[in-house]
Design a protein around this ligand. Structure first.
Ligand code: G6P
Length: 369
C-alpha cells in the first residue's frame, strides 16, 4: 500500500500532489498544438447541437456539485448561456423545467452516484441532452449520457476528493471554451489567452505545493477550534464552499462557507473572540468589498487567514496571516485557490489525529439514494 502512496503518508496527500499531472492529462490533446483552440471532438457534440442549447442545468453531489458552481460561472462568462446548478438529490423533486433545448451536465468522479444517475435518467426522460463529466470511463453515468468528457485524474482513493474536483474544473474550462469558439461569444485572441494561461496552471500548482509546509501552522490553530467560517465573493465563494466541505469531511470541525456580503444578514452573530475565519480574496474586482467584510469580522474578534493572488497587497494588511497563490486570470483562480484549502484540511485532520483517508460515516461512492 505504501508504494501506491508514492512515499506519502496518505492517499489524500499523494492525490493533492497528483494535481499538476491531472491538469496536464485532462488538458492533454484537447488543446490544439497551435495553442489557439480547444478540440473536444471526442465529446461528440455537433456544431448544430451546440447552437441549439438555450439553457444548461448542472447536477451533481458533494464536491462535484461545488465544481458545478464554478462551471456555472465559466459557462455563463464564456458562452453567455444561462446555467442552473442543483444537488442531484433535489433536482428530480423540484419539477425542473427541462426541454429539448436544455443541456444537462452531470458531474461525477465515480460515475456511479445513485442520486446523480437518477437525475440523469429524469433529464433524459424529459428530452434533454446529457453531457457527463466523469473520471471513470465506462461508468454508468458515462454509458447513459449522450456526450462524455473524461477527466484524466487517475484513480482517486481518499474519500475526500481533491484531484477529481480540480480536473472537473479543467473539464469545465475546456467545455466553456468549446462553446465560446462555436458560438463566437469570445474572440479568438481572448480564447488563445485563456488557453495559454491554462497551460501554466500545472507549474503554478507545483509552486503552491512547494509551500505546503507554511499551511501547517494555520491548520494547527484551526484544529484547536470547533467552529470556523470561510468567506469569499464570486468564484471565491464557490471555492469557499469546497474548502469548508473538505474541512468538515476529514477534520470534523463545524464549518460554514458564506458569501462575504451575506454575513451581516445573520451569521455575523456567531463571530466572537478568536473564531477562525478563512477569507478568500483572489477576485480583484471584488477585493475592496471583501476587505470591508473582513474588517467586520475582525472588529468582533475573529482571527483571519487570507488567500490572495500574487501582486496584491491590500488583503495582507487586513488579515492575521496570508497565503499567496501565483497570479492567473480571474476566471482560472479556483484551480489554484482551492489547493491551500485542501492542504489546510489535510493538516487539520492530522493535527486532530483523524483517519485522513477514511473519515467516519462517509463513503467514496454513494450508490443509495
Ligand atoms: C461521496 C464522496 C464525495 C463525492 C460525492 C459525489 O459523498 O464522499 O467526495 O463528492 O460522493 O461523488 P461522485 O463520484 O458522484 O463525484
Amino acid at each position: 500500500m505504501t508504494a501506491e502512496k508514492a512515499g506519502f503518508d496518505h492517499f489524500m496527500m499523494k492525490e493533492i500532489h497528483d494535481q499538476p499531472k491531472a491538469y496536464r492529462d485532462t488538458m492533454g490533446a484537447r488543446l490544439d498544438p497551435s495553442g489557439s483552440k480547444v478540440v473536444l471532438d471526442e465529446m461528440n457534440m455537433s456544431e448544430e447541437q451546440i447552437r441549439a442549447i438555450r439553457n444548461v442545468h448542472i447536477i451533481a453531489c458533494g464536491t462535484a456539485y461545488h465544481a458545478g458552481l464554478v462551471g456555472k460561472s465559466i459557462i455563463e462568462k464564456l458562452a453567455r448561456i444561462p446555467v442552473e446548478v442543483d444537488v442531484a438529490s433535489e433536482y428530480r423533486y423540484r419539477e425542473p423545467i427541462i426541454n429539448k433545448d436544455t443541456l444537462v451536465i452531470v458531474v461525477s468522479q465515480s460515475g456511479e452516484t445513485a442520486d446523480t444517475l437518477a437525475a440523469l435518467r429524469e433529464a433524459k426522460r424529459n428530452g434533454a441532452a446529457v453531457l457527463a463529466i466523469t473520471n471513470v470511463v465506462g461508468s454508468s453515468v458515462a454509458r447513459e449520457a449522450d456526450h462524455v468528457i473524461v477527466t484524466w485524474a487517475g484513480p482517486e482513493i481518499a474519500v475526500a476528493s481533491t484531484k477529481a474536483y480540480t480536473s472537473q474544473l479543467i473539464a469545465f474550462y475546456l467545455f466553456g471554451l468549446q462553446l465560446a469558439q462555436t458560438l463566437g461569444t469570445q474572440d479568438a485572441g481572448f480564447i488563445a489567452n485563456v488557453i495559454a494561461e491554462m497551460k501554466l496552471l500545472p507549474e503554478k500548482v507545483e509552486q503552491i505545493l512547494a509551500q505546503a509546509d507554511s499551511i501547517k501552522g494555520w491548520a494547527e490553530q484551526v484544529a484547536a477550534h470547533d467552529n470556523l467560517f470561510f468567506i469569499g465573493r464570486g468564484l471565491d465563494y464557490a471555492v469557499a464552499l469546497e474548502g469548508s466541505l473538505k474541512l468538515k469531511e476529514i477534520s470534523y470541525i463545524h464549518s460554514e462557507a458564506y458569501a462575504a456580503g451575506e454575513l451581516k444578514h445573520g451569521t455575523l452573530a456567531l463571530i466572537e473572540d478568536d473564531v477562525p475565519v478563512i477569507a478568500l480574496g483572489t477576485q480583484e474586482d471584488l477585493l475592496e468589498k471583501t476587505i470591508s467584510n473582513i474588517k467586520e469580522v475582525k472588529a468582533r474578534g475573529a482571527h483571519v487567514f487570507g488567500v490572495q493572488s500574487e501582486g496584491q497587497t491590500e488583503l495582507a494588511k487586513a488579515v492575521d496571516g496570508v497565503f499567496t497563490i501565483p497570479r492567473t486570470l480571474t476566471l482560472l483562480t479556483p484551480a489554484l485557490s482551492v489547493i491551500p484549502l485542501q492542504l489546510l484540511s489535510y493538516y487539520a485532520s492530522l493535527a486532530r489525529g483523524n483517519d485522513v483517508d477514511k473519515p467516519r460515516n462517509l463513503a467514496k461512492s454513494v450508490t443509495v439514494e
